[in-house]
Write a protein that binds this ligand. Structure first.
Ligand code: ZN
Length: 163
């Protein structure tokens, strides 16, 4: 059995030897040794050292948006300083060819790192204090109104029958 730690070549997150793909970004994992122990410390290894494992678990969720690649990488750097790994995705609905650095990006972080990441970004005033629209309040309200309407109808029918 190989006891070498597995590491993601994309985001630097370490994984146990029974994993094959990065849980954070889906890249095939490599043995950390094959990244080159004798070589000088690379940015990638530097990143891997900063990432806190407790922030690298769960599915990717969007934590913020950036106007372009440069801004997105700036935000990634800030998150990394707090130990939160992140990946970038092109914001859907913008027709910009892939080779261009222009176009908005979504910054995605693992679920377990989401609240830490938001704290960092809130402090830096890079995101507003709005709640993520995972469950739309208006939809919940709509269902409540439907429920009330049904209860009211039953009550009305009940009094009609009794009266
Ligand atoms: Zn990864």
């Amino acid at each position: 059995m190989n006891s070498q730690p597995l590491v993601c070549p994309g985001c630097g997150v370490r994984h146990s030897p029974d994993e094959r793909f990065c849980r954070a970004c889906g890249m095939p994992l490599v043995y950390s040794e094959s990244l080159g122990v004798d070589e000088p410390v690379t940015d990638r290894q530097e990143r891997a050292r900063k990432i806190k494992p407790q922030y690298a678990e769960g599915a990717l969720v969007r934590v913020a948006g950036a106007q372009n690649q440069a801004e997105a990488e700036f935000i990634q750097g800030m998150l990394l300083e707090e130990g939160v790994p992140s990946t970038l995705q092109r914001t859907r609905g913008f027709d910009v060819p892939d080779m261009l650095a222009a176009g908005p990006r979504d910054i995605m972080v693992p679920q377990s790192g989401h609240s830490a990441a938001r704290e960092v970004l809130l402090e830096a005033e890079l995101v507003s204090d709005e709640q993520p629209v995972l469950t739309s309040p208006s939809r919940v309200l709509a269902w409540l109104l439907v429920a009330f309407a049904v209860v009211a109808l039953i009550a009305w029918l009940g009094t009609d029958v009794l009266g």
